[in-house]
Ligand binder design. Structure first.
Ligand code: FMN
Length: 430
C-alpha cells in the first residue's frame, strides 16, 4: 500500500504561471474565481486551499511590472468568505511576519479558525525589504539577517496569545517580553477549534529551514525534482530531532504543476504549448533582466544569452522574491544554453519551469505516488496555469486514480485541517 499523500490548491492569481491570454482565464479578484477553485479542491478532498501574498505591486525598471496581471484582495478576508461556502477544506493565508503585529494577526487567524470550524492555516513569510516597508511607514527597519529572529518570536508570541484562553473557556492575562515584542493584556478571541491554526513556512535559506524545523507544521518548498526533493526532505526532516519533534510532525509539500492529456504524448504537447505561452519573447527578456540586473531590451529573445556577467545588488526588480545569487543563476543558465544550443527564450523556458507532472491521468498518478514513496515529498501544492478552472481536470481524472491506489483519501476523516494533516492538537500551555 503506498503512503497517503497530502494535496493543496494554490490559487494562481498574480504570477507568470497563469496563462492570462487563454480565453478561459478568469478574474483574479472576483469571489467566483476563489469559490470555483476552493469548491474544486474540496470536491477532490484536498487538504487545503492556499493564497500567496505580495505587499507591494512589483516593479521592473521603475515601472509596475505589467506583463503579469497585478493586484489582488487581502487573503484572510477572502478565506473568511470561502469558509462560508466550503465545509472541510483547510484555508491557508500567506501573511508577512515583518510588517504585522502578533496581537492583531493572532486575532485574525483565530477568528478564521472559529468561522471555519478549525480550518485556518498561516504561511509565515519574512520579506523585509525597504521597498515593501515603505507601505508601512517603517521602510527597511529590520535587517535581512533578523527576518527569522522576528518571525520565530512572532510565532511564539502568537502561540502565547492562542493559549491565553483555557480549553474550558476562561481568559487569562498574557505577557510577552522579548527583543522584538513586549506586549501584555487580555486576548479578545476565545480559544479556537484547532487551538493553534496550522503554521506553514516557505523560506529556503538555512535559517528558514531551521525555523521550519522548530516551529512549522508544513513546509512549502520549491524543491520539486526527485533529486532536489529528496535532499531537501532529508535535510529538513533531519533537523526536527533537535527540537524534540518527529518526522511525521512536519509535512513537506513542493509547489508543482500538472498537465494532463488523453495520452502522454498529447500531454507533453500541451505542456510545451503552455510553456511557450507563459514565456512570451517579452517575458523572456524581462526574466533575463531580473537575473542580469540591467536593461537588455536590445537583445533578441531568439538569439544567444549576454556574454557579460550580471550586475550584483541591482534594484531593477522591486517587490519580487529573489531565488538565488544572480551570478550562480546566470552561470547555470549559460551552462544549459550552451549544452543544448538554446536561445534566450528557450533557456528561460527550460530553466524556469516548475517541476511538472505531465502525462495521461495514469502516468501522473503513478509519478506522484512514486515521488512520495521515494521520500521526496509528503504531498504537493498544485499550481494550476489557469484561473479558476486549472484543477478541474486533475480532480476529475487524477484524484480518482490516486484514491483507487490508496495513495489519497477518498473521504475526509475529520473536520479540521490538523486532522487532515495527521497533526495532534497542540498541548495547552497556560
Ligand atoms: C515556495 C515559496 C513560496 C513563497 N511565497 C511567498 C509569498 O507568497 N509572499 C511572500 O512575501 N514571500 C513568499 N516567499 C518568500 C519566503 O517566505 C521568504 O520570505 C523569502 O524566501 C526569504 O527567506 P529565505 O531567505 O529563507 O528564502 C515564498 C518562498 C518560497 C520558497
Amino acid at each position: 500500500m503506498p503512503r497517503q499523500m497530502h494535496l493543496a490548491a494554490h490559487f494562481p492569481g498574480v504570477n507568470s504561471t497563469t496563462v492570462w491570454a487563454d480565453p478561459r482565464s478568469g478574474s483574479q479578484i472576483d469571489f467566483s474565481s476563489f469559490e470555483h477553485l476552493a469548491r474544486t479542491a474540496e470536491r477532490g478532498r484536498f487538504d487545503f486551499f492556499f493564497l500567496a501574498e505580495g505587499l507591494r505591486l512589483r516593479e521592473h525598471n521603475g515601472l509596475i511590472h505589467d506583463l503579469d496581471v497585478v493586484g489582488r484582495p487581502e487573503s484572510l478576508t477572502v478565506l473568511n468568505a470561502l469558509a462560508a461556502v466550503t465545509d472541510r477544506l483547510g484555508l491557508a493565508a500567506t501573511v508577512n511576519a515583518t510588517f504585522n503585529e502578533p496581537y492583531e494577526l493572532a486575532r485574525r487567524l483565530a477568528t478564521l479558525d472559529h468561522l471555519s470550524g478549525g480550518r485556518a492555516a498561516w504561511n509565515v513569510v519574512t520579506s523585509s525589504d525597504a521597498f515593501t516597508g515603505e507601505n508601512f511607514r517603517r521602510g527597511g527597519f529590520l535587517d535581512r539577517a533578523e527576518r527569522y529572529t522576528r518571525a520565530a518570536e512572532f510565532v511564539a508570541a502568537a502561540r502565547e496569545l492562542w493559549d491565553a484562553w483555557t480549553p474550558d473557556g476562561r481568559s487569562r492575562p498574557f505577557a510577552h517580553d522579548g527583543p522584538q515584542f513586549t506586549i501584555s493584556g487580555e486576548f479578545t478571541v476565545p480559544r479556537s477549534p484547532q487551538g493553534h491554526p496550522v503554521v506553514i513556512q516557505a523560506g529556503d535559506s538555512a535559517e528558514g529551514r531551521e525555523f521550519a524545523a522548530s516551529a512549522a507544521d508544513v513546509v512549502f518548498t520549491r524543491h520539486g525534482t526527485l533529486e532536489a526533493g529528496r535532499a531537501f526532505y532529508a535535510d529538513v526532516k533531519g533537523r526536527l530531532a533537535a527540537y524534540g519533534r518527529t518526522p511525521d510532525q512536519l509535512t513537506i509539500m513542493p509547489g508543482v504543476t500538472v498537465v494532463v492529456g488523453d495520452t502522454d504524448a498529447e500531454a507533453q504537447e500541451r505542456a510545451a504549448e503552455i510553456r511557450r505561452r507563459q514565456v512570451s519573447p517579452q517575458t523572456a527578456l524581462l526574466a533575463l533582466e531580473q537575473v542580469w540586473g540591467h536593461d537588455l531590451s536590445g537583445y533578441d529573445p531568439d538569439g544567444p544569452l549576454p556574454a557579460t556577467d550580471p550586475v550584483p545588488d541591482s534594484e531593477i526588480v522591486q517587490g519580487r522574491v529573489r531565488h538565488g545569487d544572480p551570478l550562480a543563476v546566470a552561470a547555470r543558465w549559460r551552462a544549459v544554453s550552451e549544452a543544448k544550443g538554446l536561445s534566450i527564450r528557450q533557456t528561460v523556458i527550460e530553466t524556469t519551469t516548475r517541476q511538472s507532472f505531465i502525462g495521461s491521468p495514469e502516468t501522473v498518478a503513478a509519478e506522484l505516488t512514486a515521488f512520495v514513496d521515494a521520500d521526496a515529498a509528503d504531498g504537493f501544492i498544485l499550481v494550476p496555469h489557469l484561473t479558476p478552472g486549472g484543477l478541474d481536470d486533475f480532480v476529475d481524472r487524477v484524484v480518482p486514480l490516486l484514491q483507487e491506489r490508496g495513495a489519497f483519501r477518498s473521504e475526509y476523516s475529520g473536520s479540521t485541517l490538523r486532522s487532515h494533516l495527521g497533526l495532534a492538537e497542540p498541548v495547552w500551555k497556560g
